[in-house]
Ligand binder design. Structure first.
Ligand SMILES: [Zn+2]
Length: 647
């Protein structure tokens, strides 16, 4: 018995040095010899001490997970993705407690949260977080982890919380011999802990990084730093990175430090955890029904992972531009399964060294579509990707414009389907119940190739389409007719101009008084706008230079489409004003400027009189300006005029 006690103590000390401190003091061989001796003794005596390392094997598979009720609720954390959101977090705290607040910043490890319970100094069980109130009992699985103590020098009831993780090196090693390689460390952990067979868990060699004391029946902890010290002192593995910050500026600096260093870690991290250090302040802040107000998880906006690129397909978009789309071996990334990723153009493929069968680095940012950052491995079986010679949709030759390939065939099936669908979308003409499938049917069966064709549709021809009964045809016609009045911004979006998305369409609608003014705008007029660069300006000007595009817009008008302009005379900035324009304006002709004044409720005048209320003076303004000055009439320059009309 005495020998057994000594063996257990020695083995536990070695394990602690090895797994918790990362500082082994004996060889595996020496450890194994002592371990074997312990197993023999336990067999002989039929006894096993509470903290014997032989308990860590996990036992037989379980039929199902039992339920475990946490003593105190385990919260998940609210997220911040930007500095602004972090500041908003600080502001919310400041509203409740205006005193300076001390924060801690720690790594946010990407694994599976587990909660361990101790009673009378002995490990009693482990559970997942579950819904925070009730989790799954994963004692048998957690027992296979070597980096937590089976006994602690604390006699009350204790619940500690940590993140079960699989080290990246362990993942790599595992995958070298695994029949089925694991996709990433986070999946590997979740799959290991939530596996009914503890042998599977054991094979993945997990660790647990502890960061919280969820409950203790006696004694108190005063702060996060206090809590971490307690965990360390009781043999729990704690990551050494812990920054104590006096304000949010320091917090942000610590977060940046986490971002810089996380790539060097052997553990998958996806952010930093920011907590209010002082527990009495936490108490005061409390929690919403979902999250504690005193902590936030700062998640780095983009997450990256490598996967196999299976193929690249070329898609024709609404403007005829061909975009390569990468088909990937499905991989988990930032909480979603990623199967596809975008590449910009052929040049992008060459620059990134993307090949069929290569491993590529994929990033999913806050935007929806994941992108390929580069290639990490290309083997012998890899295949070069070549640009298509003809349009994958219509088979016609392609044009190279700038860095991109275009199908210039206006009747190209895919191009028409996407542009018509875009026209009908919510941010466009907003034709209800119109889908890509409708566009395809209309193209294939009725030869609908232009937006204006939609407004010329007849019930009789719709009834020929598969699935179109009288009511459905009526509905579609009603919805199309109902979409004849289109807001200016929606109309511009609906046209599907290259590089013009929702935001630019909105900006243009605000800047230009009507479609004619926009059609006549020069590239310089467009680049003078905030957020419109050379490329976007060229796309817009190029679109309206095209005779067919202009003819199509006219056809829409002749079929009853009307644009609802943003600013109407009743609410215009010049209501009740008599306005004289004098001198030359750089961005408007005299006629354009007068039209703007009229549209915004004002009355343009040709000469300055006593009734004039406003004079807009451009370059080289002459006698009219002098007269206005003499009469004390308000005078503004072109810049002020522009800012008035742009609201
Ligand atoms: Zn085509």
């Amino acid at each position: 018995m005495e020998r057994m006690r000594r063996l257990v103590d020695t083995l536990n000390r070695y394990a602690y040095e090895y797994y918790v401190l990362d500082a082994p003091t004996v060889s595996d061989k020496e450890y194994d010899a002592l371990y074997d001796e312990l197993v023999r003794l336990e067999k002989q005596t039929g006894e096993r001490l509470a903290d014997s390392p032989t308990r860590r094997v996990g036992g037989e598979p379980v039929a199902a997970f039992g339920k475990h009720e946490h003593i105190r609720r385990l919260y998940s954390l609210d997220k911040a993705l930007t500095k602004e959101e972090l500041e908003a977090f600080g502001e919310r705290i400041g509203k409740i407690d205006p005193r300076p607040v001390e924060y801690t910043v720690e790594y946010k490890f990407d694994g599976l949260t587990v909660c361990l319970t101790y009673e009378g100094g002995k490990f009693k069980g482990a559970a997942t977080r579950g819904n925070g109130v009730v989790g799954e009992d994963v004692t048998a699985q957690v027992l296979t982890v070597k980096s937590f103590p089976l006994t602690v020098d604390y006699s009350g009831v204790l619940e500690v919380q940590g993140e079960a993780i699989m080290r990246l090196s362990a993942l790599k090693k595992y995958n070298e011999t695994a029949a089925e390689p694991l996709k990433n460390a986070r999946n590997a952990v979740a799959g290991a802990i939530r596996n009914l067979d503890p042998k599977v868990t054991a094979a993945r060699r997990l660790d647990i990084m502890f960061y919280n004391v969820n409950y203790m029946s006696s004694g108190t902890l005063k702060s996060q730093t206090d809590c971490v010290e307690f965990l360390k002192a009781h043999g729990f593995k704690v990551h050494p990175f812990l920054r104590v910050c006096k304000n949010l500026e320091e917090v942000y600096a610590a977060i940046e430090e986490v971002d810089r260093t996380r790539g060097d870690l052997d553990i998958l991290t996806d952010g930093a955890v920011v907590k209010v250090n002082d527990f009495s302040v936490r108490e005061e802040l409390g929690a919403t029904d979902k999250f504690p107000r005193w902590a936030i998880a700062y998640k780095f906006e983009a997450e990256e992972v490598t996967t196999l690129l299976k193929d690249v397909v070329w898609q024709v978009g609404r403007t005829g531009k061909l975009t390569p789309l990468a088909l990937l071996d499905p991989v988990e990334l930032a909480g979603a399964t990623v199967k596809k990723a975008t590449l910009n153009n052929y040049g992008d493929i060459v620059r990134k060294g993307v090949k069929k069968g290569a491993r590529v680095l994929v990033r999913r940012s806050n935007e929806v579509i994941p992108e390929i950052l580069g290639t990490t491995e290309t083997g012998e079986g890899c295949e070069e990707i070549l640009p298509p010679e003809t349009c994958p949709s219509c088979g016609r030759p392609l044009s190279e414009i700038g860095a991109n390939l275009f199908c210039t065939n206006r009747d190209c099936r895919d191009r028409v389907i996407y542009s018509v669908t875009n026209f009908c979308s919510k941010d466009g003409a907003n034709i209800e119940g119109f889908s890509e499938m409708t566009a395809a049917q209309l193209y294939d069966e009725l030869g609908v190739k232009k937006f204006s064709d939609l407004y010329a549709l007849e019930k009789e021809s719709l009834l020929k389409l598969e699935g179109f009964k009288s009511k459905k045809a009526d509905n579609l016609l009603k919805n199309i007719a109902g979409a004849k009045k289109i807001r200016f911004r929606n109309f511009l979006y609906a046209l599907g101009i290259e590089n013009v998305g929702k935001k630019t369409a909105g900006d243009l609608a605000k800047r230009f008084i009507d479609i004619e003014a926009l059609q006549n705008a020069k590239v310089e007029d467009l680049t003078a706008m905030d957020d419109v660069g050379e490329t976007v300006a060229e796309s817009i000007a190029g679109y309206f230079r095209d005779g067919e595009n202009r003819a199509e817009i006219d056809r829409l008008f002749s079929l009853g489409v009307e644009i609802e302009y943003e600013k109407t005379a009743e609410e215009g900035v010049f209501v009740g004003q008599k306005v004289v324009l004098t001198g030359s304006l750089s961005q408007f002709t005299r006629g354009e400027a007068e039209e703007i004044v009229r549209r915004l409720g004002g009355e343009p005048q040709s000469g300055v009189t006593k009734t004039t209320t406003l004079v807009v003076a451009g370059e080289k303004a002459g006698s009219k300006l002098d007269k206005a000055k003499a009469l004390g009439i308000k005078i503004i320059g072109e810049e002020e005029f522009k800012s008035l009309i742009n609201g």
